[in-house]
Ligand binder design. Sequence first.
Ligand SMILES: Cc1cc2nc3c(=O)[nH]c(=O)nc-3n(C[C@H](O)[C@H](O)[C@H](O)COP(=O)(O)O)c2cc1C
Length: 241
Amino acid sequence: MDLKEMLAHRRAIRVYDKTKHIDTERVADCLRLAQLAPTSSNMQLWECYHITDTKTLEALHRACLQQTSVTTAQELVVFVVRPDYVKRRATANLTFQEQNIREHFPKEKQEKYLKQWDMYYKKAIPFLYGRFFGLLGLLRKGLTQIASPFRPVPRQLSEADGDVILHKSCALVAETFMLAMSEIGYDTCPLEGFDSWRVKRALHLPFSAQISMIVSCGIRDEATELGERFRIPFEEQYFRI
Ligand SMILES: Cc1cc2nc3c(=O)[nH]c(=O)nc-3n(C[C@H](O)[C@H](O)[C@H](O)COP(=O)(O)O)c2cc1C
């Protein structure tokens, strides 16, 4: 399939054919491809739970409000964001970049690049991603407000804005996964209709984890009509400046 065909094939499937099976390893391969999606500052503050176990699937049916897209699915993927992994991911990025620079950059430029990455992942990222009951977000906003009359400043700095940043990146991962699934003829449906507290309990996730999206997986039931796809006229959403 080329990209156009993949995009046409991907539909939000509400009823799967229970007689047609998907291969768990191929679904895992699509999740490996989804890792290639971009994330803000390459922080990759997401993880996914590929649910194939019957008992957990049943617990998730209830948590997903018995939507047929979930009850008829063969497998589920729960995409989770982890604001609590900031330090871990910043260290991983820095460790990688240190080696990357030493192996791939000219000797005379190495020190400069190493310093830049060090500043970014040891100072800027902890400042931008730090959380403490909303107070660090307020501090960030306050500091940038002082500078804002004199120069452009980033304004999405509250801790709630931080959640948006994490879920935005995670949504790109989920979309990449769904397109990879389409490419091999597998179907999906993205969902946010779930009880996040129950989902977290079923997966034994900590309080700090946030459920971003659940994607159900299977092969569509051809007997259930999908109908035409509705999209707003392009002119209403496209502005060339
Ligand atoms: C973030 C998000 C949440 C969604 N949640 C649900 C859901 O809980 N249940 C559902 O049946 N469909 C859900 N959908 C699917 C949309 O309704 C669907 O993508 C939309 O109607 C467009 O149809 P298409 O995907 O076939 O083009 C969701 C889609 C997105 C992107």
